[in-house]
Write a protein that binds this ligand. Structure first.
Ligand code: ZN
Length: 306
């Protein structure tokens, strides 16, 4: 069975969608515990102006702390070239620029047209290449499976934007179901179409939400077509504040359980991962935490491959 990378996005996608501001020390403790459980990539924050997202105002400090873990890929979201400049100054290893397939969503979310975001993508790609350390630049097509503002997003539009992101100099393209609209047949179809256009090696990751309960089904669909990286958030914390009605990434604990039970190797120790929730529950007592595996426990006789 294959090795699957789980990218934990709770510290970014989760925290940006809730009101309470998690103290820096709790964020660092959360990251430390995730790394101890075997998580190898964490999206630790977003370089957006603090007045827009006070929850993520300390992202540079979180990056500095996360970088002390050898081997951890420290990922951040950047809304524009200015954000990328700050991300590189902080030392982030991976920069993700969202480009919403729905231009209406793009204008609302980033206050930018497709053309403007693609211009930024080219500038960011150049900045990454010139950085004094190795940086990975991902262009993420968000609302790739549908939009709360425009409704249907066509496969042709997703393919077009994926091609344009690669042409702008991105190392890879990701697809985000920002709104939780995706279904498994659609995931297979859109991934295949993008693979055909830009090469399978340039689309390896999906960012899924569980808004309609199809998150894990969509993961299976992604596995079917060769996807090897999945974003998830511990306790299902999170959502997209700019897509009304969309809430909750897929739950890391359930995702890891499913993959390990199927024989895939995530490198994550489930017993340890389940205990990381305690940090989240203590730091955010007013926030609900989701997940079936944490409530039900691991099945009798369940063993992870060593
Ligand atoms: Zn999201």
């Amino acid at each position: 069975m294959s090795t699957i990378l789980i990218s934990e996005v709770g510290p970014r996608d989760g925290l940006q969608s809730i009101d309470p501001v998690m103290p820096l020390a709790a964020k660092c403790a959360w990251i430390d515990a995730l790394v101890d459980a075997g998580i190898r990539e964490i999206e630790v924050g977003s370089f957006v102006p603090a007045k827009l997202l006070p929850q993520l105002a300390d992202t540079a400090q979180v990056v500095a702390h996360a970088r002390t873990h050898p081997g951890l890929i420290v990922a951040v979201l950047v809304p524009n070239a200015r954000g990328a400049e700050n991300a590189l100054a902080a030392g982030a290893h991976k920069l993700t620029l969202p480009l919403s397939a729905s231009e209406t969503h793009s204008l609302k979310n980033l206050r930018r047209t497709h053309a403007q975001v693609l211009e930024d993508a080219a500038a960011i790609a150049a900045m990454c290449r010139a950085a004094p350390y190795k940086v990975h630049f991902e262009g993420s097509v968000s609302t790739a499976f549908g939009c709360t503002l425009e409704g249907i997003v066509t496969e042709a539009k997703v393919v077009e934007l994926a091609e344009k992101l690669m042409a702008a100099g991105a190392d890879e393209v990701g697809l985000s179901d920002t709104t939780g609209y995706a279904n498994p047949a659609q995931v297979r179809s859109v991934v295949r179409a993008v693979h055909a256009a830009i090469g399978a090696e340039h689309l390896t990751g999906l960012h899924l939400h569980n808004t309609r309960g199809l998150g894990l089904a969509n993961v299976i669909a992604g596995l079917d077509v060769g996807i090897t990286t999945f974003d998830a958030s511990l306790g299902g914390l999170g959502g997209c504040p700019f897509a009304p009605g969309a809430s909750g990434n897929i739950v890391t604990e359930d995702l890891v359980f499913m993959l390990e039970a199927m024989g895939h190797d995530t490198g994550i120790d489930l017993d340890k991962l389940l205990k990381v929730r305690d940090i989240l529950a203590a730091a955010l007592p007013s926030e609900p935490l989701y997940g079936f595996t944490p409530d039900a426990g691991l099945p009798l006789g369940f063993r992870q491959a060593a």
